[in-house]
Ligand binder design. Structure first.
Ligand code: FAD
Length: 203
């Protein structure tokens, strides 16, 4: 194993014995929390984004480490939440100052029926919504819009390397769950994960 520095300053663990790929579909996550692609279309104008407000109840809140949580939500009043693995939702919450704040969180699961979805959150020092969500009691209802985003798998699937640090694993977790749900989605393909954390206990 060899450690090198990623753009976010996190060490990436690189396997020396990496195989030679027939072809490579590289997906990069630029730092812990941001995803790369925004599709603007040929006109350069962003397509309209759906802003319908939905609600979901927190059904499970589990510590992954002292700073990181796995949250599972059940949408209210909807059987299904249609989304493509890799997309994110935008959660809204009113701050004590009365202003509504919106933050994006990648969906960390594949579509399920009946619909539940997972988020993977880490606390941000003096941040608002990350800490609000990490401290949320099970049973609380949150408001969100989406799904949004174009950071999704391209068809046809190819041998791929997934690269992430910290909670940047969230959209990739959804993609990987989806790929391994059905044999025809991963048959004859190789998938590799390069994952980095700042601290060993975060692995
Ligand atoms: C597409 C996308 C997907 C994402 N997915 C995830 C995910 O899956 N998991 C995840 O954990 N995060 C994810 N994020 C990040 C997430 O949206 C939030 O940015 C993160 O949770 C921090 O939000 P916050 O409200 O806690 O922090 P904020 O309140 O926004 O604060 C962030 C930082 O800025 C500082 N700050 C805030 N206001 C000021 C100010 N006025 N002056 C100076 N400094 C200030 C705070 O001290 C803090 O350090 C994603 C982001 C994007 C864009």
């Amino acid at each position: 194993m060899e450690a090198s520095k990623g753009s976010a300053g996190c060490p990436f663990l690189v396997r020396r014995s990496a195989p030679i790929f027939r072809s490579l579909h590289l997906i990069s996550v630029t730092n812990e929390n941001t995803v790369a692609a925004v599709e603007t279309g040929s006109s350069g104008v962003r397509p309209p984004v759906e802003r319908k407000l939905r609600s979901a109840r927190l059904s499970k809140s589990i510590f992954l480490s002292d700073q990181t949580k796995h949250l599972e939500f059940t949408p209210e009043g909807e059987e299904l939440l249609p989304f493509t693995p890799g997309q994110f939702i935008s959660i809204q919450q009113v701050k004590p100052d009365g202003k509504t704040h919106t933050r994006a969180y990648s969906i960390a699961s594949a579509p399920r029926n009946p619909a539940t979805f997972d988020l993977c959150l880490n606390r941000v020092e003096t941040g608002f919504l990350s800490n609000w969500l990490c401290d949320l009691e099970e049973g609380t209802v949150v408001q969100f819009h989406g799904p949004h985003g174009t950071f999704t798998l391209r068809q046809p699937h190819q041998d791929s390397i997934f690269i992430a640090t910290g909670t940047g694993i969230a959209p990739i977790r959804g993609m990987v769950h989806w790929l391994f749900e059905q044999p025809e989605r991963h048959r004859d393909r190789e998938f590799w994960l390069v994952y980095g954390t700042q601290h060993e206990e975060g692995l």
